[in-house]
Design a protein around this ligand. Sequence first.
Ligand SMILES: Cc1cc2nc3c(=O)[nH]c(=O)nc-3n(C[C@H](O)[C@H](O)[C@H](O)COP(=O)(O)O)c2cc1C
Length: 186
Amino acid sequence: MPTYTKKDFPVANVRRFLEPGPIVLVSSAHKGETNIMTMGWHMIMEFTPSLIGCCISAANHSFAMVRGSRQCVINVPTVDLAAKVVKIGNSSGRDIDKFAEFGLTPASGTHVRAPLIDECYANFECQLVDSSWIKKYNVFVFEVVKAHVATAPKYPKTIHYRGDGEFMASGENTSRYRKLFKPQML
Ligand SMILES: Cc1cc2nc3c(=O)[nH]c(=O)nc-3n(C[C@H](O)[C@H](O)[C@H](O)COP(=O)(O)O)c2cc1C
């Protein structure tokens, strides 16, 4: 077992260890306009229905678009899109058309009007089901109503943000501990 020497750590930075991955792209459509934002602050809230909590800053253009349309698509990019993911996060749909600017392809979904990003490994069509946390926490609770996932590779190289400009690309996979799980926890 490892032993560690520890020091006081700024509480505002503990997110660097807990932040859920992967970094995703949230696409939206509202009043004839489409947009994309980069998002790291998301949380699984339930299996069935499939609920995901997403923290979207009220300062973002996406906030008004998602709140107005009550829909979005959560797209999962891989490491080959990392530079675009950062640039999307560094710009606002108020100023540019991010699909055109970053050469991404909008595709139609089946359940929501928000566009899927074709170049992403997975696309989850989402419907807003609880808006009660938006005012207090900027948290939107979405239900995934349709999921599109690439058939290969089995383990996409997703990117996970460590803060301070550093990403971790997903790495080694192991099933070594699978036998320790209760079946209902898999
Ligand atoms: C790695 C990364 C993670 C981010 N995570 C979030 C997040 O979880 N929530 C959020 O509101 N903004 C987040 N941002 C910032 C938004 O992506 C950024 O403000 C975006 O440009 C908003 O675009 P919009 O004004 O077109 O909506 C993140 C940016 C980066 C680069």
